[in-house]
Design a binder for this molecule. Structure first.
Ligand code: NAI
Length: 305
């Protein structure tokens, strides 16, 4: 095993079941001390229990590893802070945070209560924000940190009945993009995992024979490449059923229209050129877009002199 987490401390949220459980077990197998966070509620976020998390701790300890369970609701910052404080008291550092905890409240947007929209945002987006906030200064002081967001194809591409979930899953990518810029000088790298797996979250959506192929372990193999010492930065890794791919956000080179042509009619008339995929770029920050447009404008102005 070349990827080792020996001597490192990891917090995995929602690690009592499914993907988080598989991430935690594999991290522990490769030497990490792991905090098994889980609220232990149902798929829709109702209820709470420590049973699943305790079972994961038992499995890790039985195999000779170190772990403890914490039942923080990731949507509550004070509970998350308590978990991180206990981690620091016990192990003195936090090298890895995998923001994995999640729930579903699916309904078409027409039928969805705003409360269900808010709850899903609170768990997925604010849960990731709360946990990241609680470890951020620790990672900055250590000059080391690896954070994984869990996004979804539902956010990146859409999925009927998941406007709340899709919005939250896309939001964590926006969160990642800025953290990457702000964490760089302290060697904090932030990546995102877009999984697809047979878990309780998807069990009624996937036929049984396909469910068997979509193991959590196949996704975990990808997840661990996003949080080891040589991890990439700002990478979106998609993983499922043994397939691995990367989603990238590209922007076309676009066009420049002189002031007299800056009308809706001209924009529409130039649609094909605006959408032309040749010379598209993977921009590294928002300013690069402004810079590109200003360069085009300046080039035009110079050409008129
Ligand atoms: P799961 O339902 O098996 O596990 C999620 C875990 O998160 C549960 O143990 C649950 O108790 C815990 N949890 C929920 N709310 C929590 C809270 N407020 N605080 C602490 N723990 C909480 O689901 P699965 O499939 O393992 O999902 C893991 C992550 O992967 C989620 O973020 C999910 O949205 C994402 N995902 C999963 C996909 C799949 O195909 N299974 C597809 C795309 C994304």
């Amino acid at each position: 095993m070349t990827i080792s987490f020996e001597g490192q401390v990891a917090i995995v949220t929602g690690a009592g079941n499914g993907l988080g459980r598989a991430h935690a077990l594999e991290l522990a197998k490769r030497g990490a001390k792991v905090v098994i966070n889980d609220l232990g509620g149902a798929r829709d976020g109702s209820g709470a229990s420590s049973e699943a998390a305790q079972e994961v701790v038992r499995l890790i300890e039985e195999a000779g590893g170190e772990a403890f369970a914490h039942g923080a609701n990731v949507a509550k910052f004070d509970e998350v802070q308590d978990m991180v404080q206990q981690t620091m008291e016990k192990w003195g550092r936090v090298d890895i945070l995998i923001n994995n905890a999640g729930i579903l409240r699916d309904k078409s947007f027409a039928k969805m209560d705003l409360a269900d929209f808010q709850l899903v945002m609170d768990v997925h987006l604010m849960g990731s924000v709360n946990c990241t906030k609680a470890v951020w200064d620790i990672m900055r002081e250590q000059n080391y940190g690896r954070i994984v967001m869990t996004t979804s194809s539902s956010g990146m591409y859409g999925n009927f009945g998941q406007s709340n979930y899709g919005a939250a899953k896309m939001a964590v990518l926006g969160f990642m993009n800025t953290l990457v810029l702000e964490g760089a000088k302290n060697d904090i790298r932030v990546n995102a995992l877009s999984p697809t797996a047979g878990t309780r979250m998807t069990e009624d959506l996937i036929p049984p024979e396909i469910y068997e192929l979509m193991t959590a372990e196949s996704v975990t193999a990808g997840a661990l490449t996003l949080c080891h010492k040589d991890a990439p930065n700002r990478f979106i890794l998609c993983a499922g059923a043994g397939g691995y791919a990367s989603t990238r956000l590209f922007e076309t080179d676009g066009i420049f229209l002189p002031e007299a042509q800056q009308s809706a009619d001209e924009v529409k008339a130039n649609w094909d050129a605006i959408c032309d995929l040749s010379n598209q770029a993977d921009l590294k920050n928002g300013g690069e877009q402004t810079e590109k447009f200003l360069t085009k404008a300046m080039t035009y102005i110079q050409s008129q002199k």
